[in-house]
Design a protein around this ligand. Sequence first.
Ligand SMILES: [Zn+2]
Length: 303
Amino acid sequence: MPSKSSVRRRQALAWLCATALPLLARPAAADNTSAPRIVASFSILADVARELAPAGTEVTALVGPDADAHVFEARPADGRRLAQADLVLMNGLNFEGWMERLVNVSGYRGTVVVLSEGVPTRQAGRAVDPHIWQDPALMRRCVAQLASALQQRWPAQAAEIQAREAAYLRRLDDTDARIRTLLAAVPRAQRRVITSHDAFGYFGAAYGIDFIAPQGWNTHSEPSAAAVGRIVRQVQAMGVRAIFVENISDPRLVQRIASEGGARVGGTLYSDALSRPGGPADTYLRLLEHNARTLAEALAPGP
Ligand SMILES: [Zn+2]
C-alpha cells in the first residue's frame, strides 16, 4: 500500500501536469493577461481611447460599429468583459442609460470615467442632447478629461499619455479646419438637412447647419405619424435639398420622407457609431470628415 506522503506527491504531480504545465506550454503571444484593459461603452469613445492610451493597452467597445447605443441590450459576455477591465469609459448624459446597471451587476469596482462631465450641453426642458462628440471643440474637453483619467490610472506612463494627447489634439484641430473648408462652399440658404434622429445638433451649432429630425435625441420609440407628416411638410415648404440616412438606423423612414417630400437621399451620415474597419468612418476623425464631405457634396451648388 502506498504511503500517505507518496499519494500526496502523486496528487501534486497530477495537479502540476493538469494545470501548471499547460500554462507553461502556452505560447507567450497568446498570454495577454497582463495588458491593461479599457472597456468603452461605444465605438467612438473606444477609438479616442486607443489614440491616447499607453502602447499595448487593449481597448474594446461594448456597442460596436454601426450599432445603436441608445437601445443596446447587453449579453453576459459584456458583464464579464467589464469585470476584467482596468478602466471603464462612458459618455453619460443618459446616452447609454443601461451602463450603470451593467457595471453594477458585472462586479467591476474600478473607476468609471464619464467623459461628458463639465461639458456644456444643449437642453430642452429637463432633456439633454447627449451627442457631444459631434462637435470637435467639445471632444477637445473630453480628450483632456480622458488623458487625465489615464494618467491617474497609469502614472508611470503619464509622459507618454501627454505626448499622445498633444498629437491627437493637433489632428483634431486639422480635421476641424478641413471641415470648415469643405462646408464653406455651401450657401446659407442650403444649410438645412434632415436625418432620422436628432444626433447632429452639436455639429450644426458648430458649423452653421440646421438639422431637423422626426426622432428626438434618442431612438427609444418610433416617430409618430404626425411627426413624420410635419417633417414632410417642412421638406416641401423649406425646399430641403437633401435628406440623410444614418449608419445606426433603418433607412426606410428617411427614404419615405424623401419620396413624399420630393427630396433626394444625400448619403449616409455616421451619427452614434463608427463604420466597420475599412469603411468610410472607421475612426472618430474620419467620421467627422466623412460627414462634412457628404453634407458638402449633397448641399453645394452643382456645376
Ligand atoms: Zn443618438
